[in-house]
Write a protein that binds this ligand. Structure first.
Ligand code: SF4
Length: 337
């Protein structure tokens, strides 16, 4: 019997013992879906002085972002690049750079609604901070989700307020919860309207929600031990998010983290530690939560360390092997209180 044949995890068609985004999107849309990362030139309340200055200590964009071309050009370029690699049946315009619900509400709304009309766009993703969800912006997201399936991805990174302060995150866990609950309320409202659509798209009993919420976590933040990272995973699991992205903290040139690293005051996780922690976290998360990623994604020319993180396939393979060795899978230690 192969690893695939004896895999007890239900939401997969491979040896993966967690729900990959790729599997989820195929189940939902019937084929390969590619994401196109977009930069609409936003800044961030943690950069412009509203909440803080200089940004999180690992953020290489300590100033407003500088998009390469218009959104239309970026989308076209992304589609061409994806088509050179795969045969996608659809695309997800992903508003990724900086804080995408922070700025002129009318301009942001125009950009999102324009993207919703792009050819082959099947869903939109919007990345933001939990403290940048005004009532007006939440209303825009509700209207957007009525037009096209939507995922809003919130950066949490850690539920530990001491770490958040250390990395200059400039929001607490309580502020995150506040933003999350506001968004959950909005998402529930839209999802109730689209209940029939969600049931039609159902794969293996998994509802395909119209408005989904993702949470980003980072492992290896300065001063955190395994227990702190597992607590963040438990706190996140308790919220029942639709998607979680697990990132490895990597050191990029020009950041404040790079200064610590070069002074020998920050040691990144080694690969074995990271793999074990990610597997522990996958066990703690709900079995039906999409795992948007399990590695970091560092631009090679800017990466100072750890060098192993550039070999993403190896990291993903080690995670598969570790879950298999444990006879475990996503959700194995999940407790719904
Ligand atoms: S919230 Fe995001 S964009 Fe803003 S400083 Fe932190 S990492 Fe950078």
């Amino acid at each position: 019997m192969t690893q695939r044949e004896i895999n007890p995890y239900p939401y997969t068609d491979s040896n993966k013992r967690y729900m990959t985004y790729d599997w989820y999107l195929k189940a939902r849309f019937g084929g390969k879906i590619a994401r196109v990362a977009l930069d609409q030139g936003c800044t961030c309340p943690n950069i412009d002085g509203t909440k803080g200055r200089g940004g999180c200590m690992f953020c290489r964009n300590g100033s407003a972002s500088s998009p390469e071309g218009t959104l239309d050009m970026q989308y076209e370029r992304g589609r061409e690049q994806a088509r050179a690699k795969w045969d996608p049946v659809g695309f997800i315009p992903y508003f990724q750079a900086h804080t995408n619900t922070y700025g002129d509400p009318a301009a942001l709304s125009r950009a999102f609604n324009h993207a919703a009309e792009w050819p082959d766009a099947v869903m939109l993703s919007v990345a933001t901070r939990p403290d940048a969800l005004s009532e007006e912006m939440t209303g825009t997201l509700i209207r957007l989700a009525r037009k096209i399936p939507l995922t809003v991805e919130l950066g949490l990174q850690t539920s530990d307020d001491g770490t958040a302060e250390r990395i200059n995150r400039c929001h607490s866990f309580a502020e995150f919860l506040n933003g999350y609950e506001r968004l959950r309320h909005a998402a529930d409202k839209v999802n109730a309207e689209f209940r029939n659509e969600a049931a039609r798209g159902d794969a293996k009993g998994l509802p395909m929600k119209r408005f989904q919420i993702g949470v980003h976590l980072i492992d290896g933040l300065p001063g955190e031990d395994r227990e702190t990272m597992l607590k963040t995973a438990r706190d996140t699991a308790a919220l029942g998010p639709d998607m979680v992205k697990l990132h490895l903290l990597h050191v990029l040139r020009g950041t404040r983290l790079a200064e610590l690293f070069e002074a020998g005051e920050y040691r990144p996780l080694d690969r074995e530690e990271y793999v074990r922690i990610v597997c522990d976290q996958l066990e703690l998360l709900p079995p039906g939560t999409v795992i948007g990623r399990v590695t970091g994604d560092a631009p090679e020319d800017e990466l100072l360390g750890p060098e192993w993180c550039a070999r993403k396939t190896e990291v993903a393979n080690e995670i598969d092997k570790e879950l298999f060795r444990r006879g475990s899978m996503q959700g194995a230690a999940y407790r719904k209180d």
